[in-house]
Write a protein that binds this ligand. Structure first.
Ligand code: HEC
Ligand SMILES: [Cu+2]
Length: 412
């Protein structure tokens, strides 16, 4: 092979590589976004504050770079000498040294002052605008020592952002204390424009990181700890992001997006979501009740076949029924859902019986045990406490249980 032709293929393949990379980057416009400064979008003040602060400091940097670089080049050109020349030996120039020390210090002071001024816009959420959604005061999911970021008037739409392998769940705070009936969604968060949205960021399993670049900085989602941030979008649109903490093999698919719509559209979406959740809960309850009824019938049939049940060898024991239930007849243990000091149980699915039964008569205790859905305790949902105790407990067992509760709570 002639020597002159060998470099050709190498050159061509380098050129080909460059063109290929450039071609791939053009459709992946996200890879080019924020190439100089952090992204901002939708008019949210925190992201805009981060971006403008960055650009300001970047500007200072450019001025310093041009000044120092320019002086260097000017000096090289101005004082160049021919080969063999002996350099003049200079050292020490008080005016110059003081000049650049004070100049640099002043620049640092300027940067810190500008940063502290901007920090307020980045950290502290403003109130919602008048044309935003009207939201309740001081309602937010919070836990742990950190404080939620709420605007001065305390009114924000608070959303719990829960990272889990490999999806984001959003739960919308509401004013009742039952978190099981809240509106929620996965993947895409819908929010109203011109409304301050505060986020309580948590994780279910491993660490994740909440990041919608256009809406501000990253926030770690840590199991057992709540982080807080906020945004206030003024332009409707979809803002995309992605979990920013390697969280397992599905990490790359853990995408997130925020869809900003007008407050009226948001209210429509919220109502539809709420209705769908309530309908699904009702359906589950109906299915479960049908199953319970079927089990009871099967049990009755089996008992009929086996003849009359043998008389209980020992008198019914109220505490035993409370703590262990009666597995044979499908009576769930009260203590698996209720706290009662005397029995040493501390479950919190249902109300604390030491508190709610205080001062209630035995007849009332019996009535609410038999028909738990007639009167729903404040802060709890219907259809959670089984409604089958009239059939799963005998009259004697029921009386023993009621007497035990009455004595445990109001007893002498
Ligand atoms: C699966 C969980 C669960 C079990 C098991 C359970 N409960 Fe409940 N209970 C609840 C919930 C939830 C409520 C609140 C909602 C309501 O009032 O229906 C409640 C409410 C009650 C109330 C009404 C409290 C009030 O505000 O006056 C009483 C009394 C009660 N339970 C007693 C019992 C007794 C006695 C048992 C056992 C025989 C029992 N519960 C078993 C979940 C349970
Ligand atoms: Cu993740």
């Amino acid at each position: 092979m002639p020597a002159s032709t060998t470099p050709r293929p190498v050159k061509n393949s380098i050129l080909f590589g460059i063109v290929l990379v450039a071609a791939l980057l053009i459709p992946a416009s996200a890879a080019l976004a924020g190439i100089v400064a952090p992204e901002a979008g939708g008019g949210t003040p925190n992201a805009e504050g981060i971006r403008s602060l960055y650009l300001l400091i970047f500007g200072f940097g450019c001025v310093v770079f041009a000044g120092v670089g320019g002086l260097l080049i000017w000096t090289i050109v101005r004082y160049r000498s021919s080969k063999g020349a002996v350099a003049v030996q200079v050292h020490g120039n008080n005016r110059l040294e003081i000049g650049w020390t004070v100049g640099a210090a002043l620049l640092l002071v300027l940067i810190s002052v500008v940063t502290f001024v901007k920090l307020d816009q980045i950290k502290n959420p403003p109130n919602s605008s008048a044309n935003g959604l009207s939201t309740p005061k001081n309602v937010s999911f919070s836990s742990g020592p950190a404080k939620p970021a709420l605007p001065p008037n305390g009114r924000s739409l608070n959303i719990d952002v829960n990272g889990q392998q490999y999806v984001w769940r959003y739960t919308y705070a509401d004013t009742d204390t039952n978190n099981l009936n809240n509106v929620f969604s996965y993947g895409q968060m819908v929010v109203p424009t011109n409304t301050t949205v505060s986020l309580s960021i948590r994780a279910l399993d491993v660490q994740h990181s909440w990041w919608i670049p256009e809406l501000g900085g990253k926030f770690d989602a840590v199991p057992g700890y709540t982080n807080y941030t906020w945004f206030k979008i003024s332009e409707p649109g979809i803002y995309n992001g992605q979990c920013a903490e390697l969280c397992g093999r599905g990490h790359a698919t853990m995408i997130a997006s925020v869809k900003a719509v007008s407050p009226a559209e948001f209210e429509q979406w919220y109502a539809a979501q709420k209705a769908a959740i309530l309908a699904a809960e009702k359906e589950v309850a109906a299915t479960r009740n049908a199953q319970v009824a079927k089990d009871e019938q099967a049990l009755k049939d089996a008992q009929k076949e086996a003849g009359p049940p043998a008389a209980p060898a020992e008198p019914a024991d109220g505490e035993k029924i409370f703590v262990a239930g009666v597995p044979a007849t499908g009576a769930l243990a009260c203590g698996s859902c209720h706290a009662l000091k005397q029995a040493g149980t501390n479950a919190a699915v249902g109300p604390n019986l030491d508190v709610v039964l205080k001062g209630q008569s035995a007849a009332m205790i019996k009535a609410s045990t038999l028909s738990p859905n007639k009167l729903i305790s404040k802060g709890f949902a219907a259809n959670i406490m089984p409604a089958n105790y009239a059939t799963s407990l005998t009259e004697a067992q029921l009386d023993a249980l009621v007497q035990y509760l009455d004595e445990a709570v109001n007893g002498k």
